[in-house]
Design a protein around this ligand. Sequence first.
Ligand SMILES: Nc1ncnc2c1ncn2[C@@H]1O[C@H](COP(=O)(O)OP(=O)(O)OP(=O)(O)O)[C@@H](O)[C@H]1O
Ligand SMILES: [Mg+2]
Length: 239
Amino acid sequence: MSDTQAVTPLLELIGIRAGYGTIDVLHGVDLKVLPGTVYALLGPNGAGKTTTLGVASGQIHPQTGSVLLTGHEVNGVSPDRLARAGVCLIPEGRGIFPNLTVEENLRMCTYAGVSYREVQERAFTQFPRLRERRAQVAGTLSGGEQQMLAMSRALATDPAILMLDELSMGLAPIIVGELYEQVATLAHAGLSILIVEQFAREVLGVADEAAIMLHGRIQRTGPPAEIAEELTAAYLGIS
Ligand SMILES: Nc1ncnc2c1ncn2[C@@H]1O[C@H](COP(=O)(O)OP(=O)(O)OP(=O)(O)O)[C@@H](O)[C@H]1O
Ligand SMILES: [Mg+2]
């Protein structure tokens, strides 16, 4: 995209400093997710990626800086209200109910005014494997199937921005590839997506913009192809 300046980002973080109690984790984070695009935030263990998503979803209040949703400041707005405004986070570990069946998990997310029938239909159309496993207890699904269920639950709420924390964690490359195809499809349909990953290069195949985070700072941002080249250096500590 060439005229990025003219487009109001769906989500924007400006100068975010945040942490836990007296521990500072983010030291001035800026990022923009433009409408209908995929932004990949990459970085090693402890870089501050999950904390960034916590700030963006209203779970962590920044000490300084602004969180903007379609240009409106939403600092201090509760996670619930942000969720109703279309901010949807799939947390690390996927946030499904392991003791409930696939169908029961889907039934739990119909508060957004979408009927259960429609939630189920969308889920099973997008991920046919879930239809076969509808009566299975979610905790016994494969990791990839659990991620499909988590994505189905998220999409049932008709989000404006979907945030995914380590989509590929613990999954075989072929499954990761399948999930990323779905991510690309969703982005083409207009959804804005912010994805956090440690290292997965697959995400760079679908991202429009990528960034490397180290020690609570975004070190580098740019087109995915350029970021791919820099990833190795970043992880080896060469700057
Ligand atoms: N609840 C918490 N209380 C105190 N410190 C925390 C808390 N959660 C995270 N931290 C610290 O904040 C830093 C950043 O953690 P964060 O979870 O954001 O990293 P991450 O980039 O998501 O790492 P990973 O790739 O391992 O998930 C780490 O040093 C971590 O120990
Ligand atoms: Mg994390």
